[in-house]
Design a protein around this ligand. Structure first.
Ligand SMILES: CC(C)(COP(=O)(O)OP(=O)(O)OC[C@H]1O[C@@H](n2cnc3c(N)ncnc32)[C@H](O)[C@@H]1OP(=O)(O)O)[C@@H](O)C(=O)NCCC(=O)NCCS
Length: 157
């Protein structure tokens, strides 16, 4: 019962140990849930979600819920760019982003780049854990709020 929830605990559904995320291609019916996750994640990029259908677009399902999404594109042969990645708050630290990234890169060989806000330590911790390396810093890259970008790279071989 919500009224019995301990102070400070999440209102989101608890993710069980065995609730491994399933990753599949995103489709138009997923866009409202993806938009809701994006809206709730100020650190994520804010692209019009309809545009994701034109990119490499994956969603992670836990139970009956869309727990997160990843959008990337192939910019050149052997080169990919991660455009957006976000996991709903109640599903974090359960391997959802790891599952999305693994699926995005499973048959890919080459360099993967992304930009992340310098202030977004959580995302940098995640990408470091996924063996990405910071390769450059772009000052004054972001607006609202202003921030530098850290460019990170992973080589998949
Ligand atoms: C960054 C984000 C996508 C990670 O998603 P997640 O599903 O919670 O990540 P995972 O559970 O797959 O984490 C895998 C590993 O990354 C690292 N990691 C993830 N979140 C972390 C955190 N808050 N602090 C430290 N390390 C973290 C850990 O090593 C973790 O493994 P562990 O849980 O076994 O220790 C999520 O926090 C998020 O949506 N953030 C807001 C949006 C965002 O910043 N997007 C990136 C834009 S570039």
């Amino acid at each position: 019962m919500p009224g019995n929830r301990a102070p400070g605990t999440s209102a989101f559904p608890k993710v069980g140990r065995d609730a491994r995320p399933k990753v599949r291609l995103g489709v138009s019916a997923d866009l409202p849930a993806v938009a809701a996750i994006q809206q709730a994640c100020p650190e994520a990029a804010r692209w019009p979600v309809e545009d994701y259908l034109d990119q490499e677009f994956l969603v992670a399902i836990v139970g009956n819920s869309i727990a997160g999404f990843l959008v990337c594109r192939t910019v050149a042969p052997g080169e990919k760019e991660i455009l957006n990645l976000a996991v709903a708050h109640g599903f974090r630290r359960h391997g959802v982003a790891r599952a999305l990234l693994n699926r995005a890169l499973e048959a890919f060989r080459g360099a993967v780049f992304l930009e992340v806000r310098e202030s977004n330590r959580t995302a940098q911790e995640f990408y470091n854990a996924m063996h990405f390396e910071a390769v450059s810093r772009r000052p004054n890259y972001y607006d609202s709020p202003p921030d530098a970008a850290i460019v990170m790279k992973f080589h998949s071989c």
